[in-house]
Design a protein around this ligand. Structure first.
Ligand SMILES: Nc1ncnc2c1ncn2[C@@H]1O[C@H](COP(=O)(O)OP(=O)(O)OP(=O)(O)O)[C@@H](O)[C@H]1O
Length: 271
């Protein structure tokens, strides 16, 4: 099978595979070990271009572990071993010679708890650009503004770019972190429960933003909220005890799940 061809578990074999051009990332037979036991076991899952893919499943089933393999964040956790393959635009991100820092630039990440640096709003967004060697003030200004606009927070902060990011509300801080992720022009954005610490209004803004960002980026989101997965995602992957149980279009998964375990989970029978 060529690298770009998507691969899905046998339980979804009646699902029509996407064309190779539609596949931005592809995990194949991916297992991750913390010590001897696999936290995820032989997971094969495509991530489709300009779509939102939601990862759902009960606590501890391996959603975050899977997410972190997509941009080699697991490399930073000592004792982790990754088996299998993750391909980004046809290139194996774990191949020898691939720079994990470049992988993380192309595949950005937003975390559950917003984590702005104790710096100004401006410097938070400019941070990655400065690290990449950008010194031109005009370029920095332009990119900071563009990122803040794209993260739907520009109007709220444009008059106080030099004030501390820590003075923003939780929802604003999370959108600032999204702006920071966008500044280095990633192609894929990974979001690990990005709204779980936010109130319903701030959550709605993040969800709206995810729908907007989908026009330009490929997004993978971990969420505990079935409603959120149904609202924001185009495709859903249901994990259970380290296995990928079912993957498919979100609408279909939530109305006609093929697997009993998926149905039990989305109807709240366990989780
Ligand atoms: N750094 C780590 N060291 C050792 N074990 C870990 C580590 N991170 C995760 N695990 C284990 O791997 C398994 C999967 O965890 P993971 O965080 O990926 O699940 P999750 O589905 O994202 O859970 P949650 O929804 O609670 O965030 C769990 O058994 C967890 O205890």
């Amino acid at each position: 099978m060529p690298e770009q061809t998507s691969s899905v578990p046998s339980s979804t074999s009646s699902w029509t595979p996407p064309s190779p051009e539609a596949v931005k990332m592809q995990a194949t037979e991916l297992s991750v070990f913390y010590g001897a036991k696999p936290a995820i076991n032989k997971v094969s899952l495509p991530v489709l271009r300009n779509e939102v893919t939601a990862l759902i499943g009960p606590s501890g089933c391996g959603k975050s572990t899977f997410l972190r393999t997509l941009n080699r964040m697991n490399d930073l956790i000592s004792g982790t071993r990754v088996d299998g393959k993750v391909v980004l635009d046809g290139q194996d991100v774990y191949a020898r010679g691939v720079d994990p820092v470049e992988v993380r630039r192309r595949v950005g990440m937003v975390f559950q708890k917003s984590n702005p640096f104790p710096k100004s709003i401006y410097e938070n967004v400019a941070f990655g650009l400065r690290i990449a060697g950008e010194k031109n003030t005009r370029v920095l200004d332009e990119k900071v503004e563009k990122s803040l606009r794209n993260a739907a927070i520009w109007d709220e902060v444009k008059d106080r770019l030099d004030t501390s990011a820590l003075a923003l509300s939780g929802g604003q801080q999370q959108r600032l972190c999204i702006a920071r992720a966008l500044a280095v022009e990633p192609e894929v954005i990974l979001m690990d429960e990005p709204a779980s610490a936010l109130d319903p209004i701030a959550t709605a803004r993040i969800e709206e933003l995810i729908r907007e960002l989908r026009e330009r980026y490929t997004i993978v989101i971990v969420t505990h909220s079935m409603q959120q997965a149904a609202r924001v995602s185009d495709f859903t992957a249901f994990f259970y005890m380290g296995e990928l149980v079912e993957y498919g279009e979100t609408k279909r998964m939530f109305t006609k799940p093929r697997e009993q375990r998926t149905e039990d989970y989305i109807t709240g029978r366990f989780g």
